[in-house]
Design a protein around this ligand. Structure first.
Ligand code: ATP
Length: 317
């Protein structure tokens, strides 16, 4: 029986705008999502019993039914009961490199890798759009994680339009190890505090473009103008997360002073990143931030933007 090793990359948000409420209870969003080369490894193989089993040594990652990777396997078993019966159970091992609850879509990319892995394991031959449709049932960020790269995501974040690839931009990421921000909390708080100012009936939108202000950054991405991209970075969720978490606000400030092209909090945080012009500049920013905040709880990574989503690293019989 085959087993597969998959690379599941994290994402950052270059842009996140909350447009309004949706009738389904989600928010109407306009986001620009970008894969980076910070990734988990997901090993997936057929099990001798007809169960789904998840292993992960990271203390903050559950291995029960609440793990998004488990949910992805359960969804596949439910959608393809004949294949599940034929091939038996699935064993999933998550080697976590992506910080947890960090705004980097760690769980979502694991779920995307499991969908891709089971498609291979059970020889289903699903297309990218079929995989993305299944992914949409698991969470708003999961469809993007399948093919990754650079994309604009609208609707509740699951309607994807690819943008030209923006790979090999250098960046520095920073996160306090002990700090986690709940995505649900961030969106709920945004609704409580700023709900009056946005659209409460997105049905009335004649065109999404009327509410979306992402035009300038999209143009900068098309032109591959790294300075303009960095200048147009935007995330509405900073309005609720930064006041509640002064450590994140201070980290963002220090990143800004450190001299990269531009700084932003990713997703619902608390990860902050700086886009840089070169590897050398990224190293300088990293050193500056480390010196300004010598707290060992602060983790810093150098990374690059990447044009790929889930990748097969190895397969074995
Ligand atoms: P997003 O950017 O998509 O909002 P995130 O990066 O902020 O996600 P995750 O790393 O996905 O957040 O973790 C959110 C919560 O989900 C954590 O509290 C964790 O316990 C739980 N979780 C469930 N499955 C996973 C998984 N496979 N990897 C990481 N966390 C998981």
């Amino acid at each position: 029986m085959h087993s597969y090793s998959l690379i599941a990359p994290a994402k950052i948000n270059l842009y996140l705008e909350i447009i309004g409420d949706r009738p389904d209870g989600y928010h109407e969003l306009a986001m620009i999502l970008q894969s980076i080369n910070l990734a988990d490894q997901i090993d997936i193989r057929a099990a001798s019993t007809d169960t789904i089993r998840v292993r992960c040594e990271h203390p903050q990652v559950p291995t029960d039914k609440s793990n998004l990777a488990y949910k992805a396997a359960a969804l596949m078993a439910n959608q393809f009961p004949d294949a599940f019966a034929q091939y038996g159970g699935v064993e999933i091992t998550i080697n976590k490199q992506i910080p947890v609850a960090a705004g980097l879509a760690g769980g979502s990319t694991n779920a995307a890798a499991v969908l891709v892995g089971i498609d291979l394991l059970w020889e289903l031959g699903l297309t990218q759009s079929e995989l993305e449709e299944l992914a949409g049932k698991l969470g708003s960020d999961v469809p993007f994680c399948i093919a990754g790269g650079t994309a604009i995501a609208t609707g509740r974040g699951n309607e994807l339009s690819p943008l030209p690839n923006l790979d090999h931009l250098h960046l520095v990421l920073g996160k306090y190890r002990s700090l986690a921000v709940s995505t649900a909390w961030a969106y709920q708080t945004y609704r409580q505090q700023f709900g009056d100012s946005y659209l409460t009936d997105t049905h009335s939108l004649t065109s999404r473009a009327t509410a979306v202000h992402s035009g300038p950054i999209v143009k900068a991405i098309i032109r591959k103008d790294s300075v303009q991209i960095a200048e147009k970075l935007h995330n509405d969720l900073e309005r609720v997360v930064l006041p509640e978490y002064p450590q994140v606000a201070q980290l963002r400030q220090v990143f800004q002073e450190a001299g990269g092209n531009g700084t932003l909090m990713s997703g619902s945080g608390p990860t902050v990143f700086a886009l840089c012009e070169s590897y050398e500049q990224a190293q300088q920013v990293q050193q500056y931030v480390r010196k300004a905040i010598p707290d060992p709880d602060l983790e810093l990574w150098l990374a690059q933007t990447s044009s790929t989503g889930v990748q097969i690293a190895a397969s074995a019989k």
